[in-house]
Design a protein around this ligand. Structure first.
Ligand SMILES: [Ca+2]
Ligand SMILES: [Ca+2]
Ligand SMILES: [Ca+2]
Ligand SMILES: [Ca+2]
Length: 314
């Protein structure tokens, strides 16, 4: 006689049963009615309560909104519905699409998908690790009640870069007549602390600059600040003068910005002087009477033209 165990999907434990033998029937009165002993057996259970999470690591989301998914499924058929809840341990980096999943005896073996979405910020904060924390299962089925379920590790990829943006720096010209030029400065990402950048002129005989420094805060970092340059005058025909506006290394408690040094800004100060001998006035002048050629040779001084003015000599 061969006895074969029957499979199910329930965690029902090893189960005792028996093969019952009936009373023999025979024309031989010595056998008829004899009842052999029943056979006691145990059907060994092969089911275990569990929730399989796939995968539990190597997930990547992005600050640009990139998503990742994982699935959850039970390893055996529950006798009562099973609830599993999820929460992100850092909602500034990632969020979950569903707060919970529930399994019943009808769908316990159908994986359910949870989507994780990266959350954006404006800081150059680097790639950040966070977790989707799964609660212990809750169920009226005692083998599932309180069952621990694995958490999921995720990395959210940063899309911000620390930088100082200096704009409008091409072909700047000031003039000795006081003509001005300007450019702007802003940050490319939100700093963790104030960022101050000093600004100065390399040659204040050619041009001066204001303000002497600009400061960006975590709330004003993306509002460009204008630097104004004013040409300085002299009275020398010194030609157009090249100088630079020196943008200093940034000072900040944010290490991503501290010591970051933007390129200096070249400027030309246009000269307004020209070399020459100014003659003034050039009319309305009077001279003594003119002298004739002969007078240069010692002749008596004679009125040559009745003493009229001879401004033509000029
Ligand atoms: Ca079973
Ligand atoms: Ca970002
Ligand atoms: Ca960021
Ligand atoms: Ca000059």
């Amino acid at each position: 006689m061969t006895v074969t165990g029957v499979d199910d999907h329930v965690v029902d434990g090893n189960t005792a049963f028996s093969v019952q033998t009936g009373a023999a029937t025979s024309g031989d009165p010595g056998y008829n009615g004899i009842d052999a002993a029943d056979v006691s057996l145990t059907n060994t259970d092969n089911d275990a309560a569990g929730a399989t999470v796939t995968p539990t690591s190597t997930l990547t989301t992005t600050e640009a909104g990139g998503t990742a998914t994982f699935t959850v499924v039970l390893t055996s058929e529950p006798t009562q519905p099973v609830l599993i809840e999820f929460v992100s341990n850092d909602t500034s980096e990632g969020s979950v699409s569903r707060a919970a999943v529930s399994f019943t005896a009808a769908d316990w073996n159908v994986p359910q998908t949870i989507t994780v979405t990266g959350v954006d910020d404006l800081r150059a904060d680097g790639d950040a690790s966070y977790s989707i924390v799964t609660s212990a299962a809750t169920s009226q089925d005692p083998v599932y009640q309180g069952l621990a379920v694995a958490d999921v590790s995720v990395t959210n990829t940063d899309n911000d870069v620390a930088g100082i943006t200096v704009s409008g720096t091409g072909g700047l010209v000031t003039t000795e007549a006081g003509g001005q030029a300007s450019f702007t400065v802003a940050l490319s990402s939100e700093p963790a602390a104030n960022v101050t950048i000093a600004v100065s002129s390399s040659d204040t005989t050619e041009g001066t600059v204001a303000p002497a420094a600009v400061t960006f805060t975590p709330t004003t970092w993306n509002a460009p600040q204008t630097i104004t340059i004013t040409g300085a005058d002299d009275a020398v025909d010194d030609g157009d003068g090249a100088y630079v506006i020196v943008t200093g290394a940034a000072s900040s408690a944010d290490p991503g910005y501290d010591t970051r040094d933007p390129d200096d800004v070249p400027v030309t100060n246009a000269d307004d002087d020209s070399a020459g001998i100014a003659v003034s006035p050039t009319n309305g002048l009077r001279t003594n009477r003119g002298r004739r050629h002969g007078e240069l040779h010692g002749r008596p001084d004679q009125p040559a033209d009745g003493g009229r003015d001879d401004s033509d000599f000029l």
